[in-house]
Every structure is written in C-alpha cells, then in structure tokens.
Design a protein around this ligand. Sequence first.
Ligand code: FAD
Length: 634
Amino acid sequence: MAQPTHDLASEKEARDVAEAARESEWAQPSFLRELFLGRFRFDLIHPHPAFDPEEEARAKPFMDALREIMERVDSDAIDREGNIPESLVQELRDIGAFGIKIPREYGGLGLSQTSYIRAIGMVTSKDGSLTALLSAHQSIGLPQPLKLFGTEEQKKKYFPRLAKGAISAFALTEVDAGSDPANLQTTATPSEDGKYFILNGKKLWTTNGTRAELILVMARTPDVIVNGKPKKQITAFIVETDWPGVEVEHRCHFMGLNAIENGVLRFDNVKVPRENILWGEGKGLKLALITLNTGRLTLPASAAYAAKQMVRVSREWSNERVQWGTPIGKHEAVAQKLAHMAAHAFAMEAIAELSSAMADRGGYDIRLEAAIAKMWNTEAGWRIVDDTLQIRGGRGYETADSLRERGERAIPVERAMRDFRINLIFEGSSEIMRLFIAREAVDWHFKTAFDVVNPEATRKERLAALARSVKFYPKWYTTRWIGGFNSYSEFGRLAPHLRYIERTTRKLGRAIFHAMVRLGPKLEKRQMVLFRAVDIGAELFAMSAACSRAQMLAGRGNANAVELANVFCRESRLRIADHFRHLFGPNDASLYRLSQGVLKGDYEWLEEGIVRMEGGEVESREQKAESSETLVGR
Ligand SMILES: Cc1cc2nc3c(=O)[nH]c(=O)nc-3n(C[C@H](O)[C@H](O)[C@H](O)COP(=O)(O)OP(=O)(O)OC[C@H]3O[C@@H](n4cnc5c(N)ncnc54)[C@H](O)[C@@H]3O)c2cc1C
C-alpha cells in the first residue's frame, strides 16, 4: 500500500525520540504481553482481587465525607456557570480529596490506587468537571510523578502542600506536540552559573493550569551528543505559578466539562532552580510516559462509573416510560440496549478494578493493561452514554435546566454526553493507545526475528536473528496449535468462555506471527491490521476480567453476576470472530487509496453546496493586544 512520503526525516526523528523514551524492558510479568504471544496466563489475574477490608475501613470516613459532599453539589449550576466555587474546592481540600494517594507521613490520606479510583468514580458519576479537577491533580499532576521519581527533599517540600490542596497540573501538550509529545518546543536553557534553567515557551490545554499553584512542565534541555549525533533531551521541571514570567494566556472552553480550569500557559524567561528537575536531565519524556501508564488507570474507572449511572438512568426510564401501551424497556430494541449496557458496564468495572488492584499489589508490569483499560472502557462507555441518550429520546437531548423549568426530572444525560466524549482523546487517544499496544504486542517478534527480514540489518545481525528464531519458533509455534487443555470446570456456566479465551489466545499469537511473516517490515505501517489484533487482545482481556470478577462475586452471593459475564462474553466473542474474519482487511487498500484521493482534493466536488461552518479570521495575541491598545488610545 502506498504511504505518504512527506517529511520522512521528522517522522523518523519523532519515532526515534519516542522509542528512546519507551520502557523497553519487561522486568515484571505482564498478562497482556503473554496474551499477545499466544499464552493465556490466567494465573496472573485470577482470582479477581477481593477488596482488602482494612483498606476499606481506612477509606470509609473519607468516602462517606465525599459522598455527603457529592450528594449536595449542584452540578448543573457548575456546568451552567462554568465554575467550581472556591468554597466547594475548600471543602474537598478539608476532607483530603487532593491527597488521596499521598503517603500519610507527608500529610496525605495514604489510600490505595483502588480506593482512589472508587472515589474518583463516585465523583464522575455526578460531575465530570470535578473529576477533571481532582484527577488532573492526582493522576497526572505533581503527586503521582513526585511519588515515583521525586527525591526525599522534593517529597518533603511538595507533598504536604499538595495534600493540603495546592492544585497541580501536568503540562506536556503544545500546539505542535499533541499525540507526538517528542515534538515539543518549550525550552529550558541552563543559566551561566548552572544553578537555574531559563524556561521559555507555551503549553496548550493544561488542565487545572488556570488555577494551579504547581505545574510539572516538560521542556527541551540542550541536546547531548551520542555517537557523534545530537540527541534530543526532554526534562521535567516543577514550576511554581507565582514565579515571575508564568502567565495564563487564555482559558480554554470545550464541548463539555464546562468548569474545567484548562488553559494556555506562557513561560517568559522563568528562572527554575536546578533542584526542581524531577528524576533527571533528559528523562522528562520517559517520566511523562511512565506517569501516564498509571495515571491512565483513572479514566477506565471514571468511564465505568459513568456507565453505572447510565444503567441506572436507563433502567428507571425504561420502566417508567410507556409508549405503544408498554414500558419502553419491553420493546426489543430498547431491551437489547439495556442488556448490552448492563453487561458492558459490568465488564468495564471488572477491568478498572482489576487493573488498579494489580497496580496496588505490585509485581506486575501493567502498562498494557492500563492502556487497554483506558481505550476499551472509554469506547464502551461512549456507546453506553449514546444508548442512554437514545433511550431517553427527546429528553436525552434536552438540557437538565430546560427539563427542570418545564417541571420534569432534571436528568442530565445531555451533560453526561458532552462531558464524556473527551475521554477518547486525552491521556492518549484511542488511536495512540492502539499504536502503543500494537508496538508492545509485536515487540517479542521484532526483537527475536525482525532482523531476518529487515533490509537495514547487517549480515551479522541477520544471522543472529536467524539463530534466535531457530531456537525459539519451532517449539513456540507448535505449542500455539496444541496445548493447554484446561477444563475450567470450577467456572460452571462460564467454563466454555474460559476454554474459548485459552484457545483464542493461541490463535491470536499465531495470527500476529503470520502477519509478521506475511507483511515483514511493512507490518509496522499497517495500522488497521495491527489494530484488529489489538482489539482481539482487548476483548480477550475484558472477557477474562469479567469471568474472574463474576466468579468472585458469585462466591459472595451475587449469583446473577455470572449472567452478566455470560452475556458479555457472548457479545465479545462475536466481535472477536469479526476481527479475525477481517484481520487483513479486504478493503484496507481501497480505503487507503480513496482517503489519499480525498486528501488531494480529487473529490472536492462532493462538498459542493455547503457553506463553511468556521467563521472569522484568526486574530493573533499580538493583534488582539494592538487592537485593544488602539481602543484605549481613542
Ligand atoms: C479538555 C482537554 C484537557 C487536556 N488536558 C491536558 C493536560 O492536562 N496536560 C496535557 O499535557 N495535555 C492535555 N490535553 C491534551 C491532550 O492530551 C491531547 O489533546 C491529546 O494528546 C491529543 O493531541 P491532539 O489533540 O493534538 O491531537 P493530534 O495529535 O493532532 O491527533 C489528531 C488525530 O489524529 C490521530 N493520530 C495522531 N497521530 C496518529 C498516528 N501516529 N496514528 C494514527 N492516528 C494518529 C489522533 O488519535 C487524533 O484522532 C488536554 C486536551 C483536552 C481537549
């Protein structure tokens, strides 16, 4: 398939920087890495973590206080006014909501990742803007990277402030650096005496940026020379917003999350002390990516709790609303949606809880689990919000205020939809998650055998790859056809699904290998082939998590959890079959060709008859300043 040839040098540079920042080692076991290699290591995720009663007791006073606040928050007013009142922020500070995971010795609540996602989930079930405030601070803002990479001195200095509610933010994105953060242009130049770095540049869409006291800023520090070539360096700095030169240039407004405190931040010769580097010079991009690996566990939980809320709304409305003489929940089209959303909300919670419990337990590498959890849960959640809106009919599309004003229950599905959509974009868009997962899914094969087909490999490298392949593949490949005949009889009705997962995992391992043999180095560019393999892996993970959780809940008396898992697995299996059927995408080539024609303008005639929806010219900041000066002058 023809690929665009433009700017190959910068494409290569971006990939090299991202590759250098990638965690290339797998020191700890990973359920999903094994799965993509065709090995179903259920023992790594089963039994499903039952909650620790001691932790639950420790978390209870906080969870009760948070629930009490959330029950009386007026989230429609927050949405309408686009503002979270300072009094509410202070109440959240007072109960420790800004230091949920910060260790107790530094003034935080010292609760687990699982308690944290449950708290944030509860908040999300009512108010997306409040979630953005708390989660941008704790999932990606300063507390998380400080915990992972801070020196003792830095922790002593910043944790107590953060725990008390000094709001923090994470500033990576720039105008030209979105999904490709390696492209960032903000610079940090060492001062002559070496004691400071001088920060210059602009960050885009920094959540909490307009209200934060502390910001983690990723910036370019001087290149280092490696093997005679300059190597890009990105470094993370803790920046205090009251330092001279830090300015909020613009507060951004979005489709939803109306009260999110998100803005464009400008740094003009900001003097940052060297001791405010987090982790080390040149380690900033890796720090950002590792922070996101755990940080991204919040969104799957948020999505799951939003889905739980939608199930509640849909259940009540489908009973209450009578059309054509019957409650709408009895009409098959609505009934199917209800079943689908209940089964999927169950799987979403299973994934969110499992991934966070793995992070708590330690001893696993969860970067793939976190990425799949983020991608799969946000996409499943979006479909659930969409179905809820459909079930609510015209009322789903109507604002809560309008419903209230005309005397109906103010159920804010319209707000939920606006607030939810961004989840598929930030903290790694769905496409970038699939790319990241695909890169890791083929990693073993690339490390073992890639040089056999790599045109850039030397003869020595090719021979070494051949030797590795001869040693590994005969046994691995044979056992991907036969082996693993577990009955899983202890799972009762779910046993056939577990046997299916086991054999389909082997099939997936083979399919990825076949794709590599068939496409060689071109596989890297065949995103759609790779993405279908990723989607199969994601479904198998969701099925495994759902079966394991159902077994745990059944043991606690929720026998009908098995029905949820059963229906979910049946649906998931249909999707998997579909992905396998179209793995090599019979239409991929024609679609790509057509898209390139669209890009070139070959089909511009299709757009005839429209008027452009975007109006007005873009006014630069300088022009704006000039015109307001002129006005003042008058
Ligand atoms: C409300 C909001 C809050 C945010 N908060 C923060 C924050 O606190 N801190 C921060 O640093 N950033 C933040 N962001 C930025 C966010 O993380 C980025 O929007 C996101 O990384 C995507 O970048 P982009 O929007 O520039 O999209 P682009 O990178 O321009 O991508 C556009 C589209 O192309 C796709 N795409 C890009 N590259 C590829 C590829 N190689 N293969 C296939 N598809 C590709 C993307 O998936 C997307 O669909 C926020 C954004 C928003 C809107």
